[in-house]
Ligand binder design. Sequence first.
Ligand SMILES: Cc1ncc(COP(=O)(O)O)c(C=O)c1O
Length: 410
Amino acid sequence: MPLPEHGRNRTELFSEIEEMKSGDAKWDQGKTFSLVYPTGRADIDDVLLEANNLYLYENALNPIRFPSLQKMEADVVANTGALVNRPPAGGGTMASGGSESILMSVLVNRDRARKERGIGSAAGNIVYPTSAHAAFAKAAHYLELEARPIPITVDFTADVDAMADAVDDNTVLLIGSAYGYPHGVMDPIEELSTIALDRGIGFHSDTCIGSYVLPFLERLGYDVPPYDFRLPGVTQMSCDVHKYGYTVKGASVILHRLSEWIGYQYFLYADWPSGLYGTPTVAGARPAGPLAAAYAITNYLGMDGYLELMRELMATTAKIRSGIEAIPGMRILGAPIGPLLTFASDTVDSYAICDLMDDRGWNLDRNINPNALHMMISPLHAQVADTFVSDLTWAASNAGQSRGVEARYN
Ligand SMILES: Cc1ncc(COP(=O)(O)O)c(C=O)c1O
């Protein structure tokens, strides 16, 4: 039966959906530390809902039919660009998420190298630290480039010398994260982007997390090493509004130092019976709700709104961090700069601790090499920080054997 023969009763249907959903992560109770970025603020949820619902059916594929979407996209791109000091000659577009922004960046650099340096795609390669997001390996796979992951240092940062050694005449893009997902540490973006500049190749500073964190930390007086377009070697940046910009999923920005490079990103096709077809990203039909929500939330919060959220978020992070560090044998890996902590126990199996935390409903991610636990902290976690620390302290002193590794989807 391809469909129910008769439409189902709405009340019954939604109680079934609620029932299915009850097995999902309890992120709205602050139990989840990745995948979602809850603020716990009803006013923010309302803004997102209203904007999303207003554009439930529209299609951002066609800017002529929906000029309001084009205007909102331009605003989100410009505001995000200003956050990371995109130069006036630069440009960008929105994408569905960090992975699509990264795919577009790799595509642009592959095709730019093909045109300007004559590097065929089978020969081209990209060089990145092993801590760079898996989206770079995925992009290399899709675009038939050789992926060159370079082992990171004991500080969990990119190894500048090893990366320089891995660059050759066929390298189309060098990559660093500001900051990276696995450990929340900043790669040495200045040194890496200088290598790229000297060698005449692209450099992608991945700020999928950092773009809506680091500019605020800088303004709050934190010591933030250079990571953005103020460095002349940075050619592309990926900036997710659907992480610490707090909008609903489906909103990222890919930025280019020169707007003319967007030409490599666009797919234009004139030989179609339905007329000229053009798209800036992989999607054809593009959901309008996430775009409108990104516009609404960035304008609703504004600089002061984001600064306030960040100030409180860093206070929560400091509280959780000192709670973790107070547990015997437990230590934070590397020097995380923002609200992301990765920690491991030197005395107990970290995965066994994670198992016990799972039993209490917490969702932590499990790192490998070394085994460690990973958390991205969001504003809502202010409400659960004390309980989290006391449960973690209990888990660390009661952990036995690990029950094994779960599948990874982050
Ligand atoms: C540093 C970094 N880059 C890229 C991505 C990929 O973003 P998305 O999951 O939106 O595709 C993530 C996701 O967590 C990330 O943390």
